[in-house]
Design a protein around this ligand. Sequence first.
Ligand SMILES: Nc1ncnc2c1ncn2[C@@H]1O[C@H](COP(=O)(O)OP(=O)(O)OP(=O)(O)O)[C@@H](O)[C@H]1O
Length: 458
Amino acid sequence: MTQTPVSILLVDDDRDNRDLLAEALSKAGYRPTTAISGEEACEKAAAQDFGLIVSDIQMGAMSGLELLKWFRKQFPDTPVVLLTAFGSLDTAIHAMKHGAFDYLTKPINLEELLVVVERAAEHGRLVRENKRLKSAFDRRVRAGSIVAQSRAMVEIFKLIGKAAHTRASVLIYGETGTGKELIARALHDNSGRAEGPFVAINCAGIPDTLLESELFGHVRGAFTGAEQPRRGLLEESSGGTVFLDEIGDLTPAGQAKLLRVLQEGEIRRVGSNTTIPLDLRVISASRRSLEGMVKEGAFREDLLYRLKTITIEVPPLRERKEDIPLLTELFLTRYGKDKDIRALTDGALARLRQYDWPGNVRELEHVIERTTALANSPIISENDLPDALRSLGAEEGAGREDGSLAAARRKAAAISREQVVAALAQTSGNKNHTAETLGISRWALNRLLEKYGIEKPD
Ligand SMILES: Nc1ncnc2c1ncn2[C@@H]1O[C@H](COP(=O)(O)OP(=O)(O)OP(=O)(O)O)[C@@H](O)[C@H]1O
């Protein structure tokens, strides 16, 4: 049994029956809410979450079966138990076929009802628990993949470690593709809310007309086209973290609405009078300086102060080129695995370091993905790189500059026997060409030949 009592939505148009069942459920430790029709049930379910639904089949305009179908579509994880006065086999088959958890015939035997309700509540809990575990697992798989070794990034990692456990709002500045969302996720994954949801909202992508319903949700019929009720993104992220990307692109109306939510800690779905308390951790990101926008009158100062208890500035990749080898290694493992591509020549790495990376880490990732997809040999050389990088015209020996002894040794160590044999075959045993193909010095090639016991060609 969970700590908080399971809330049950009880739907029946017969008042006596409703009261009787509500009392029995209450006594058994559940928290029943009643509705007198299918329509009312939909409205209540749209405003609040229920652990399970117990509904009569024979009701006014909307029958229990229709209600069942609606729930399967809107809230597939919520079990529905149906009650029917007519124990007809047809109805029973129909109910089960459409995903009812169980059905009971009237007059209801209260003991039997409680047994079914307990099983249904447990089933609902398990379904939700499974989903939660699965998303926690997906998160862990993703979480390990943020890498960097530059001083600036290591400082950011330390800050993440310190700030993650607090509820302080964090504002992340950085150009596109620098890893702002990854940092937001790292903050979430290392916080006490890691088991809760992480919801990313791109503020630039929401037109003003849709903003309210996207963020706050709506009840059925709140506006033309709102045929079904919907939870808003802020409600979805309650108990977890909301990541507001491109916050600087929020319109003045959007800024005012968001500020109110942050001040009051609650929302109301569009068209509803019920307030829903939120438990949020807010992380936002922007390419532009919000302080600058405040000066220009384009961003609310009061909102900015709510958002930036802690500020993180992620430098562009061109200002932390020390991160390129490590990032490249990560992306090679990610995309080169199937083709057994594990290394780049010094020359290729030099080109990666020379380039300015206007699209930052995202662009580097795409370059490695594309290059590994098209490469024909196990080692990526300059010629495999896209034109923009190949034509940079590295100075003679530029490869040496980053090919510090340790890096060169690491690279040579990553080359397998098969790769050496393949390169030798490809160059008909020419040692200079073999070393070039493998992206290592002749000296390093000799060490590899010794290591693998391959007979040295002349
Ligand atoms: N330090 C890093 N380690 C590993 N991968 C990274 C790192 N930084 C960025 N990436 C990868 O680069 C890509 C872009 O990162 P992300 O989406 O976090 O950037 P962003 O700054 O939020 O971009 P935008 O401003 O365009 O939304 C992602 O695929 C991400 O996994």
